[in-house]
Write a protein of this length. Structure first.
Length: 185
C-alpha cells in the first residue's frame, strides 16, 4: 500500500512539473510572437519587411462611431512618437465586457497585409457590437481593446452611449479605413 501511495505522489509531482513546463513554454512562445527578441530587433533594419511587432503600449488609439453596415466603431491606431512597429493584419483583441460572449469574433476569414506604423501612418479596425439579427443582447458602455497577443495591457474607452451587444465582430487591421467596415455574414 505504501508503494501505491508513493507511486501516485510521484505521478502527481510529474504532472505538476510537466504542466509548469508547458505553461512556461507557451508563455515564451506568446511573448516571442508579440515582440521579437533584442537580437531580431537589432537586425530589423537589415531585413526587408521585418521589424518590431506593435504592442498595445506602442500605440495611441482613437475610437469613432460610424453608421455604415448598421453602425460600428472605427478604431484608429497610430504609433507613439519615436516608435516604428508593424501591426499584423489580424484582428484586435476587443470586448465590451469580461464575459466570453462580449469578445469580438473575426469578421474576416483570412489574414490581411501587415501595416507599418510610424509618424502619421495609421491602421484601422472596425468593431460591430452586434452581428446577430435580433432584438436581444446586453448593454455596455465601454470598449476594451488590445493588440492581439498583448492582452495584458488593454486600453478602455468610454462609449458616447450604451450599446446593445450581441455576438460582436471585428475586422482585421487595415491600412485603409474603407476596408475596415465589419459586415456580418
Amino acid at each position: 500500500m505504501l508503494s501505491r501511495l508513493s507511486f501516485r505522489s510521484s505521478r502527481l509531482a510529474l504532472a505538476v512539473v510537466g504542466a509548469a513546463v508547458l505553461a512556461a513554454s507557451g508563455a515564451a512562445t506568446a511573448s516571442a510572437a508579440a515582440a521579437p527578441d533584442a537580437g531580431a530587433r537589432a537586425g530589423a533594419g537589415q531585413q526587408d519587411g521585418w521589424g518590431q511587432a506593435c504592442g498595445t503600449d506602442d500605440l495611441d488609439f482613437t475610437v469613432s462611431t460610424e453608421t455604415q453596415a448598421g453602425g460600428y466603431y472605427l478604431v484608429t491606431a497610430k504609433a507613439k512618437p519615436g516608435i516604428t512597429c508593424y501591426l499584423e493584419g489580424t484582428i484586435p483583441s476587443a470586448s465590451f465586457g469580461s464575459a466570453a460572449d462580449t469578445h469580438a469574433s473575426p469578421a474576416e476569414q483570412a489574414v490581411t497585409d501587415t501595416v507599418e506604423l510610424s509618424g502619421s501612418t495609421a491602421a484601422y479596425a472596425g468593431i460591430s457590437p452586434k452581428s446577430a439579427n435580433s432584438n436581444g443582447g446586453r448593454e455596455f458602455g465601454r470598449l476594451i481593446l488590445a493588440v492581439a497577443g498583448d492582452e495584458t495591457h488593454p486600453v478602455g474607452f468610454q462609449l458616447p452611449e450604451t450599446v446593445e451587444v450581441d455576438r460582436p465582430i471585428t475586422t482585421n487591421w487595415h491600412a485603409d479605413p474603407a476596408d475596415a467596415v465589419p459586415f456580418a455574414a
